[in-house]
Design a protein around this ligand. Structure first.
Ligand SMILES: [Zn+2]
Length: 70
């Protein structure tokens, strides 16, 4: 684990965001054909949380599963 960089942009967080967006990719709800909306809260990798919203729970579950994939 690399030491955290203080007072600047956090590359690890940016990397996490990019990776998460990539995993979601062009996912669409199978019922409503809507993409999920993803928001990131928190400035450090320890604090960052992903807030998912979408047309229905099914889409949110699909998106969460994508993010959890290795
Ligand atoms: Zn839906």
């Amino acid at each position: 684990m690399l030491p955290a960089i203080q007072g600047g942009p956090h590359p690890a967080v940016e990397e996490f965001k990019k990776r998460t967006q990539r995993r979601i990719g062009d996912l669409r709800c199978p019922d409503h054909h809507q993409p999920p909306r993803v928001r990131f809260l928190g400035a450090t990798l320890r604090d960052v949380t992903v807030h998912m919203s979408g047309c229905c729970d099914k889409l949110i579950q699909l998106a969460n599963r994508k993010i959890a994939e290795q």
